[in-house]
Design a binder for this molecule. Sequence first.
Ligand code: PMP
Length: 427
Amino acid sequence: MSKTNQPNLAALRAEEPSLKSRYAAFQAAGLALDMTRGKPCAQQLDLSLDMLTVLTRDDYKAADGTDCRNYGGLDGLPEAKALFAEFLGVQKDEVIIGGNSSLALMHDTLARAMSHGVPGGAASWTSQAAAQGGKVKFICPAPGYDRHFALCEHFGIEMITVDLGESGLDIDAVERLVASDELIKGLWLVPKYGNPSGLIVSNEVIARLARMKCAAPDFRVYWDDAYTVHHLTDARPDQLNLQSACKAAGTDDRVLLFGSTSKISFSGSGIAVVGGSAANMAWYRGHLGFQTIGPDKLNQLRHLRFFKDMAGIEAHMKKHAAVIKPKFDAVASALKSQLEGVASWTTPTGGYFVSVDTPDGCAKRTVQLAKAAGVSLTGAGATFPYGKDPRDRNIRVAPTLPSLADIEKAMDVFCVCVKLAALEKSQ
Ligand code: PMP
């Protein structure tokens, strides 16, 4: 994305009458289009329908004879752990299969760190902060995922914004910060096809995250690999695994990896996984034993029978790409034909979002105008800590849920609204 968008005002003013009449026509059309969240569409969910019948009456046992109908198997079926270790790029003893939501696993790891501490730490994060008269802090690359930021707010964790711009994560800033403050306990990052940036974290950044000197011995990178197999093209990023990089750097416990099949099988009825060093997994398992007597192993079995292996998951994701790539193309083509020189945007090769930067000071107004014309967008500011985009310019566009025809309509509305907001701003 370019640094600052400065539209040609003379050209915009010349277009103003037609923009206003198009906007009035949108308002009169009574549209109700939703591009707020990264939800799969029904056609994507249909791809996994056979999962509902893949288990027959007599098929409820795992390979080791575990009866999946009963309690137990706290950290996952062995064959599920083998598959999802490969999925996260870790060893079989470095993964735990959780419930149905990776966000829940992130929530739980944060809650436990706050209340009980993590391996390597002298005490719980909360009591360390109290002893030092400060607050637990997290580095929050932005634009980023709003629910990560919401979790920090929920736990009273102070957020320090670091730029995640067109040239990637500002790793110099991250290194400076983590070296200087023992209460900086974590960093959020979506390594592949970031939400909303679509960004692929570079191998140089990964190596530096593994190596950097942290003042806190109990610092953790929350590596939210939510879109690890969600490719839109045939290209496969050659990305280092942070866990392997940490092992090579002797910082084995530094990373917690998260993933899920929420946008592979069924959102809300998938499988969530957490990975990390043997010490981190032993810590996690210890806490988990208090929380549950065992996970939904029938769902694990269903996923195993349906996907079989990583090749099965990869093949399935190609079917998803075939459904949603035309939608991303429609977004890109609308932006290119209508907002060239006015806004800037990402062209992701995977994931669920397009990140658009309007001219400074125009994002909130764009979202308002779109809403009044029947198009709901993610709230402006949502992609920044505390909901505050300092330049009020970033908007996350989520193209997967609406139909192609609706996306084309919604993008026309969106582009007109960006231009109208830019015009108003210039008055
Ligand atoms: N992480 C990221 C980056 C996401 O975009 C999402 C879903 N929008 C999640 C986590 C939530 O995943 P889950 O359904 O596994 O809780």
